[in-house]
Write a protein that binds this ligand. Sequence first.
Ligand SMILES: C[S@@+](CC[C@H](N)C(=O)[O-])C[C@H]1O[C@@H](n2cnc3c(N)ncnc32)[C@H](O)[C@@H]1O
Length: 468
Amino acid sequence: MRKKKEQPVIPDVPITDMGAEGKAIARLDGMVVFVPYVVPGDIADIKIIKKKKNYAEGRAVAIKQLSPKRVEPQCPHFGVCGGCRWQNLNYADQLAGKAQQVRDNLERLGHVDCSAMQPICGSERIFHYRNKLEFTFSTRSWQEVPPAEDIPALGFHVPTVFDKVLNIEKCVLQDDLSNRIRLAVRDYANEHGMSYYDILNHTGCLRNLIIRNTDTGQWMVVVIFAQQDEGWQGLMDHLRDTFPQISSLQYIVNTKFNDSYSELPAVTYAGADSIEETMQGFEGAPDLHFSIRPQTFYQTNSAQAQRLYSFVARYAELKPTDTVYDLYTGTGTIALFLAHLCHRVVGIEYVEDSILAARQNALHNQISNVEFHAGDMAKVLTPEFVALHGQPDVVITDPPRAGMHEKVVEQLLAMRPRRIVYVSCNPATQARDLELLATAYRVGRIQPVDMFPHTQHIENIAELILSE
Ligand SMILES: C[S@@+](CC[C@H](N)C(=O)[O-])C[C@H]1O[C@@H](n2cnc3c(N)ncnc32)[C@H](O)[C@@H]1O
């Protein structure tokens, strides 16, 4: 067999920009090279590991000069875990890089006029900002130098390795109580010889651990068992007795071959069956209260969600007589946030459970001018639906990463709402959709919002105004 040619190391390559997927960018003879774990301003020796037609992937084998933009990562697992790729870059530069990515995508892919782009809205909390973390138990710990014998682990999957888990000692994304709870679970399990789930052989007891908290100070812990071996109750008692902060302690039994637990019953072991998050109402409106159960979707950075929604409310410029459609409504949070500003809101979403939660959220907040419909957007949002539920004056759309189906875009163009507020977690697909909408809409303000500091993710809002 012919041996693969070893690629040479290219010395002293300047790293120039932040790129997609948390990788930095260098340029070699005009070719873009994506390199992980270096930052703009570094000078590094680069080895090319993959060459494609228009770009290459590289690895920094030595960093010759450290960028002044670097900061010391706070996470002891930085560089391995893969969750916070930009923790070694100072936050102001992270924000500048993310804003530039939004601008580049919109201008290059969507030919959008970005002259009214607003300064990116950074997160006040750049650590401990998440309200939910999900950990996995595994019989195989991921280690840089693989151990002779498998060691069990409780932590996160490392990228691209499905059967191994990185033992997490400390994660700086959620309040530190989350670390204490996870370590207490691990210590108890090890001291009492509890078995960890083995994904290859489908054996063992402990499978996942979900920790959620709210800005109101409530904590939910959900232990997912693959089977309830002897000792499971001891672990639950230990958690209940050690952490009075846990207001909802629950468990789920998942005997399936995959980790999804969305359809499995959760059993309350101690405390309440839900925790409650509060969101400040828009400009003096009453606060909203959301009841969160183990499976409920809620934006993971609560404080930034509030700011994101406030931009949406401002850009929507609602009148008391307006009918609003909230497309991809999830659990109805945007719809409920806007409800007091307009005549009525119609939310559409394809996950039936989310629609049920949205209706419960409406009841819980005594909001009656909202209605929610479940189904695939391209099939639900039809001329018949509009005839039945009323012509929207304003549409909010917040699609998944893939953006909107072209039929949805066509329907928007047919409905001709006065304004569209487009919230997106993927500026590339947003750019594509904005270009399609450009026949009838001009883009006004553009507002990037950073919901996830240190990660590659960015949220962007575009205000679309119907052309005369
Ligand atoms: C980015 S989330 C929006 C969340 C929501 N607006 C919020 O702020 O919490 C996108 C939502 O679109 C839903 N979704 C994805 N594809 C869909 C489709 N084809 N039809 C309807 N809803 C869809 C997802 O289930 C998810 O709830």
